[in-house]
Design a protein around this ligand. Structure first.
Ligand code: HEM
Length: 493
């Protein structure tokens, strides 16, 4: 009897899915042949391929302006053409304002109020409110806080000079220190305390290693119904509760002792104090402010630390590039006596190096948007229906030899002043593009550059027998990184 039920259930499932899998065919859109139940993402679900590679593979298999894919049962349009991307991301942004991410205010109020997930008017008002927090003037005021964390990173390397070190954890400690001091107003000193509670919570917050958490995060992007049915939360509940209480305590302390640090807490608090009745979005609950700090933590922590670790890795493999970078930062340091907010911006080669790391390893391998209306592509006459989602294949574009010859080669020259102007617009998207791009871009670049300048001036990085060459991305990781550690040898200059 059970077998009959099972077969019946399976047939219904099969019918529903095969019916769905005719969506792109019926619209005459070229499509990636779906695999039963999993669509184009079977290899990801089976943890055979990282999402970075899967998207690049689909991108490479076609030459059309767009490709229809299925993620489980959901039809999604993967857009390959930079001209069309310009329209979706910028020119006609008002028709593609939202990401294709589930929200449920009752089940996950924290996520509902974060910029990455917020939708429509909530997002518009929140983005307008938060944008002044990330201006260069505000970043400059935070620079001294960053400098303290760079000093700890530098001391760590001094203590371990001559040894083999694991750069992913090292850079994670640095980024947790920076974001904790800038977003939560606390000094975590992760280099001095291996058992730092906040370091544990930072790891737990968007932990993709645990099966349940990875399904949870995946559902927000690709199985929105699961989010409602199982009342899933985007961030780990215990980690976010911990961070909310840290945030609230700091806020109370600030008010009581009138401390001013020019960090995100101060800036958010000032925004709250200057609110008027006409403000579209109000920080009328501490949770709404804490949600922003937690979002900065989850969006900025691994992205920055992995970018830095992978830069050290590439510099170890490309010693001429490492030497040239050292020459630039050393000259700059001797000319000015120290690294300042302004001198960091002057270093062109440093900018080229970080840009190339983000080209080769875009931390977000794809962007998502959702059509708010029926939208006709002028180029082909095809109408995309309201509510259908879009994927922007960053990993495909960044490795397309038409735009980046010899894409596997780490070559910062692609971003020299002369070469930069020849790049095809909308093919370099590490921070996304348009009004919904990464709000933390300026902060991330500053944090990355100030660390790189300080360490490359005084230390040399080399590969060892333990360094993974070539790098294989761990399919079980949310970001592009290898499984396990990234070991390099460090010596004093
Ligand atoms: C190397 C580091 C980073 C990379 C590569 C990165 C990349 C991205 C990308 C690709 C997006 C999506 C953009 C789009 O859809 O067009 C994004 C959004 C976002 N990022 Fe970052 N990010 C980084 C660091 C940071 C930091 C340090 C913060 C905060 C302090 C941050 C906060 C955010 C937020 C809040 C959003 C959502 C913006 C919105 O929807 O309006 N990111 N980031």
């Amino acid at each position: 009897m059970i077998l009959i039920y099972f077969i019946f259930f399976f047939l219904i499932l099969y019918y529903l899915y095969s019916k769905n899998y005719t969506f792109w065919q019926s619209l005459k859109v070229p499509f990636d042949k779906p695999f039963f139940l999993f669509g184009s993402f079977y290899n990801i679900a089976a943890r055979k391929e990282h999402v970075f590679e899967r998207i690049r593979t689909i991108y490479n298999e076609f030459s059309t302006p767009y490709v229809g894919i299925y993620i489980f049962h959901q039809p999604i349009l993967l857009i390959r053409s930079p001209e069309i991307l310009k329209k979706v991301l910028v020119k006609d942004f008002d028709k593609f304002t939202n990401r294709n991410i589930a929200t449920n205010e009752a089940a996950d109020p924290l996520a509902f109020h974060t910029l990455f997930i917020a939708k429509d008017a909530v997002w518009r008002n929140l983005r307008a409110k938060l944008s002044p927090v990330f201006t260069s003037g505000k970043m400059k005021l935070m620079f001294p806080l960053m400098q303290e964390c760079v000093d700890d990173l530098h001391s760590f390397l001094s203590q371990h000079a001559g040894e083999e070190i694991e750069v992913k954890m090292m850079m994670k400690k640095y980024s947790v220190d920076i974001i904790s001091t800038c977003a939560f107003g606390i000094n975590t000193f992760c280099f001095r305390n291996d058992n730092s509670e906040i370091l544990k919570m930072a790891t737990k917050l968007v932990d993709f290693k645990s099966f349940v958490r990875s399904i949870s995060i995946f559902s927000f992007f690709f199985l929105p119904r699961f989010v409602d049915i199982f009342r899933l939360t985007f961030a780990d509940k215990s980690a976010s509760d911990y961070l909310i209480s840290v945030f609230k305590n700091t806020l109370q302390e600030r008010e009581k002792r009138k401390i001013i640090r020019h960090d995100f807490i101060d800036l958010l608090n000032n925004l709250r104090k200057s609110e008027t009745i006409t403000d579209g979005y109000k920080f009328d609950d501490d949770i709404k402010m804490a949600a922003q700090a937690i979002a900065f933590f989850s969006a900025g922590n691994d992205t920055t630390s992995i970018t830095l670790a992978l830069t050290c890795y590439e510099l170890s493999l490309n010693k001429a590039i490492q030497d040239r970078l050292r020459q630039e930062v050393t000259e700059n340091f001797h000319e000015n006596g120290s690294f300042t907010y302004e001198t960091i911006q002057q270093m062109k080669y440093l900018d080229m190096v970080i840009s190339e790391t983000l080209r080769k390893y875009p931390l977000a391998p794809f962007l998502t948007r959702e059509a708010d209306v029926d939208y006709t592509f002028e180029e082909t006459g095809f109408t995309l229906g309201k509510g259908v989602s879009i994927i922007v294949p960053i990993s495909g574009l960044h490795y397309d030899p038409q735009y980046y010859p010899q894409p596997d080669k780490y070559d910062p020259e692609r971003f020299s002043d002369d070469n930069k102007k020849n790049l095809t617009p909308y093919t370099y998207l590490p921070f996304g593009e348009g009004p919904r791009n990464c709000i933390g871009q300026r902060f991330a670049l500053l944090v990355s550059k100030v660390a790189m300048a300080a360490i490359i001036k005084d230390f040399v990085f080399d590969v060892t027998d333990k360094t993974p060459v070539p790098l294989r991305f761990d399919p079980g990781s949310l970001f592009v990184q290898n499984r396990g550690g990234l070991h390099l040898k460090v010596t004093k200059v």
